[in-house]
Design a protein around this ligand. Structure first.
Ligand code: GAL
Length: 473
């Protein structure tokens, strides 16, 4: 399907995304405090020996980010989603605000705006101050207050420069990553399960609830201060699907997985209730989720201005192996399915997801806050070029799917590729590249890949199809 030229209207935002810890480096500069990720990688070496965020792609360095912003401008980006680092802004999480960090980000935002690029500021993309992580992080209900205070500092210092704020990024994937980090720390290995297993269900629902409450508290405070802008959360949404021939138990498990990963968040935000099937499962298992009677209503009453959708893939679900447990559900990836690092490649499911936001959740304004892919072995520099044909096709087909959902009424306001650059992919270290811009880890040299050229054409309004993703080497 071709991407319609009408996508390149003035208002629709065409952007790319990144997150502080994955790109900035300079992990002790300007009085920054340690984050839980400095602990994971530099102290505990959970991504392997020598893998550190200390340099990353050197984005904290203004000389470097100015060159990167010039590249963004050349590609035609009209929006850039980035995150600010809580332990830079408030080094110990709760104490005084660090003026050097504020000055740094104010300069960065001015540099973006000078290039005609709208800043989309994410307050929290997983780099929890180490002191707060040690106090239980999101498992501690006090985290709602901690975050509200941090958000107030961000609003006070940036409301005059920024009017698009993503409060929090991907609660369920953050939780799954933390579970994996702790398994590697304790046992040397672990599984990455975004759908929590029985042992992690209670703590997952508990942290999801606290993160949603933290977002609601920040939204309320923004309004009380009378600031102007749009606030939302970036949710990783996973259509939960079965293979052909699935049993009734498999289908039931997919519905429950949808409840835990999608409806738990969306029902609270748009209906002011938590889904009954998940609450019933929690009470049948005797789980202590810490959810209090008015929590979902408080979240619904926040009336977030937009929904940030991070979409990579649907999730295959089947009935798990737990005997006698009706609710046992597990995620898996069928061996025969074409997939990227983050799962099955299914643009049709992206379209279906956006349609669902319209039919089931009142068609909220949506920004695609992340969409992208990486493929093992694809990003190889040859004759000065990187022909990432699979990523190029992934992006073109997913943009076409989004446009098709929009033509059927989905209210999508912007699209951000994950990621602008290759960067530090959390516990996978530097091994999994996701960027449109290739980064040589030794020299920090940048090279836009084939996918960047095609994305620039999409932004210009050219009719582009996946057949245009042709290797140049
Ligand atoms: C998301 C996450 C990003 C990035 C991306 C690629 O879940 O928000 O930080 O890592 O996945 O895997």
């Amino acid at each position: 399907m071709a991407v319609s030229p009408s996508a390149a209207t003035d208002k629709f935002l065409w952007g790319a995304a990144s997150a502080a810890y994955q790109v900035e480096g300079s992990t002790t500069a300007d009085g920054k405090g340690p984050s839980v990720w400095d602990d994971y990688l530099d102290r505990l070496h959970l991504a392997g020996p020598g893998i550190s965020g200390a340099v990353a792609i050197d984005f904290y360095n203004r000389d470097q980010h100015l060159k990167d912003i010039a590249l963004f401008k050349k590609l035609g980006l009209t929006s850039y989603r980035f995150s600010v680092s809580w332990p830079r802004i408030i080094p110990d999480g709760l104490g005084p605000v660090n003026p050097a960090a504020i000055a740094h980000y104010r300069q960065f935002i001015s540099d973006l705006k000078a290039a005609g690029i709208k800043p989309m500021l994410t307050l929290y993309h997983w780099d929890m101050p180490a002191s707060l992580a040690a106090a239980g992080g999101w498992e501690n209900r006090d985290s709602v207050k901690w975050f509200e205070r941090y958000a107030d500092a961000i609003f006070a210092n940036f409301h005059d420069q920024v009017d698009l704020f993503v409060l929090l990024n991907e609660p369920s994937v953050e939780r799954a990553t933390k579970t994996l980090a702790e398994a590697i720390r304790d046992n040397g290995k672990g599984d990455f399960k975004i759908l929590p297993d029985a042992d992690h269900m209670a703590v997952s629902l508990k942290t999801y609830n606290h993160i949603l409450l933290a977002g609601a508290a920040a939204k309320k405070s923004f309004e009380v201060h009378g600031y102007k802008g749009q606030l939302g959360l970036a949710l990783p949404l996973f259509p939960t699907i079965n293979e052909d021939g699935a049993s009734d138990a498999d289908k039931k498990s997919a519905v429950l997985a949808d409840g835990v990963l999608n409806r738990w968040f969306l029902d609270a935000m748009y209906k002011g209730t938590y889904p009954q099937d998940v609450l019933d499962m929690a009470s049948a298992r005797g789980l202590d989720t810490g959810v209090q009677p008015d929590d979902a209503k408080t979240i619904g009453d926040a009336h977030f201005d937009f929904l940030g959708v991070n979409f990579y893939s649907p999730m295959y679900v089947r009935h798990g192996a737990m005997p006698g447990d009706d609710f046992s559900a597990e995620q898996y990836l069928p061996k025969t399915v074409y997939s990227a690092f983050n799962g099955a490649v299914r643009p049709d499911q992206f379209k279906a997801l956006l349609g669902r936001m319209k039919s089931e959740y009142g068609n909220p304004p949506v920004y695609i806050t992340e969409n992208g892919a990486g493929f093992a072995g694809e990003d190889v520099m040859k004759n000065g070029k990187v022909d990432d044909v699979q990523r190029c096709r992934y992006l073109v087909t997913h943009i076409a799917a989004m446009k098709s959902a929009m033509s059927e009424g989905a209210d999508v306001r912007g699209y951000h590729v994950w990621s602008s650059h290759d960067n530090l992919e959390w516990l996978s270290g530097y091994a999994s590249r996701f960027g449109m811009i290739y980064v040589d880890w030794d020299t920090q040299k940048r090279t836009p890949k084939l996918s960047a050229d095609l994305y620039a054409r999409v932004i210009r309004g050219d009719k582009v199809t996946e057949a245009d993703c042709v290797a140049r080497n």
